[in-house]
Design a protein around this ligand. Structure first.
Ligand code: TTP
Ligand code: MG
Length: 406
């Protein structure tokens, strides 16, 4: 199944935040990193400064020599953190399948979203427009069928760019590019590969993986895959929790079966409620027991179907408890129940049985977008664009369901 991945990276991020806050800096060579006399390096250089050869990581002294009229700014992290949060919030309005990678960079899974936005290209234009209108910043966007190609596309499109690599065109897109464009190739790897006569990604892609492994070890395999646009890395949502658990230490060590059972019931309900709040059912259930002598055991069960039900958590926990008690009779000091392998809503689709369930899952994702996006409230430049895409109705724009191909 072909995916549509977007990579979004803000242009000259630190500098652009400074320029947005102080228009006098706009259109000028500006450097964030510190005073030129200091021993620091350039963190971010405006594109006007880059025209003089300035780039991130360059010692400030060198930067000052190359471009004496550049404006050097110390920088202030809270400003950038704030801008970053607002940037990510805008992206989250467009798709719930969002993976922030750094302060100014994120992947977004846009598979199936053409039916909401008209086309993925339109969606990217709308994203860029909102970032510009609300933050005064410019973003570059790469669109492709996998992360590595989307990232390279965004990079190549800078500044204020938008580059879409159609499915099937990944190889011809990558082939002529210098190997340094491939994530994971630093100066050292570049030198080694150049020494082997390999200068382009195309050349790298036909190098036998075994040869790459002999030079680069395990990462040689990855280079081979990336050079061939083979990248099945998913857009990973930052999950609030990878597992949820609750436990109780008894006031007095106990062997009382009904007390253990009642406590387990209470803890299961608390875990279940938290799970449902996060909207992520779990696949694994773990019971924890600490005995009077402080030995602690955990017993785990993997469910055949994910669940967020109190009853399933409790029933499974109780089975594990009965089994553990049959083996060890000493009094219990602590009992706990936990769930792990939480499944993100968007990731569960493949495991779901019926199309009705799929539909429900997707609807939930759409609801999130609708709730956050507030179509009718938008008064920015993109309204015009959205009007073209969405048939208007009394209450605003009608949202269409994306295709179920995810
Ligand atoms: P980048 O996205 O790599 O750089 P950039 O946004 O300044 O420029 P562009 O994306 O247009 O090429 O990094 C984002 C921010 O991270 C950057 O503005 C400053 C910070 N950063 C550092 O502090 N040190 C560094 O060496 C790099 C590369 C970035
Ligand atoms: Mg950037």
């Amino acid at each position: 199944m072909t995916r549509t991945i977007m990579h979004i990276d803000l242009d000259a991020f630190f500098v652009s935040v400074e320029q947005a806050l102080n228009p006098e800096l706009q259109g000028k060579p500006v450097v964030v990193g510190g005073r030129p006399a200091g021993r620091g390096v350039v963190a971010s250089a405006s594109y006007q400064a880059r025209a003089f050869g300035l780039h991130a990581g360059m010692p400030l002294i060198t930067a000052c020599r190359l471009c004496p009229r550049a404006i050097f700014i110390e920088g202030s992290f809270p400003k950038y953190r704030d801008a970053s949060q607002r940037f990510m919030a805008i992206l989250a309005d467009f798709s719930p399948y969002l993976e922030p990678v750094s302060l100014d960079e994120a992947y977004l899974d846009a598979t199936g979203f053409e039916s909401i936005y008209g086309s993925i290209h339109h969606m990217a234009v709308a994203i860029k427009q909102r970032i510009k209108d609300e933050l005064g910043l410019y973003a570059s966007v790469g669109i492709a069928s996998c992360k590595v190609v989307a990232k390279i596309a965004a990079e190549l499109s800078k500044p204020d760019g938008l580059l879409e690599v159609s499915a099937g065109k990944e190889h011809s897109f990558l082939a002529p590019l210098p190997i340094a464009k491939l994530p994971g190739i630093g100066r050292k790897s570049e030198r080694i590969l150049n020494g082997l006569g390999i200068h382009t990604i195309g050349k790298l892609s036909i190098m036998p993986p075994t040869a790459l492994k002999s030079h680069f070890g395990a990462s040689g395999e990855l280079l081979h895959r990336f050079a061939n646009a083979i990248d099945d890395r998913q857009v990973e949502l930052p999950s609030a929790a990878k597992s949820i658990s609750r436990e109780t230490t008894f006031g007095k060590d106990t062997q009382d079966r009904s007390l253990l059972k009642a406590t387990l019931r209470y803890l299961s309900e608390r875990v279940g409620s938290e799970l449902r709040q996060q909207g992520k059912p779990a696949r694994c259930i773990t019971l924890k027991l600490r005995y009077a002598d402080f030995t602690t055991i955990t017993r785990r069960h993997t469910l055949s179907q994910t669940s967020d039900s109190d009853q399933t958590i409790f029933d499974t926990g109780l089975k594990l408890l009965n089994r553990a008690r049959a083996q060890e009779k000493q009094p219990v000091r602590l009992i706990g129940i936990g769930v792990s392998n939480l499944v993100e809503p968007g990731k569960q689709l493949d495991m779901l049985d019926t199309s009705a369930q799929r539909q429900e899952q997707l609807n939930r994702a759409i609801d999130r977008i609708r709730k956050k996006y507030g179509f009718t409230a938008i008064q920015t430049g993109q309204t015009l664009l959205l009007k073209e895409i969405f048939p208007t109705s009394e209450e605003g724009y009608t949202l269409q369901t994306p295709s179920l191909s995810r």
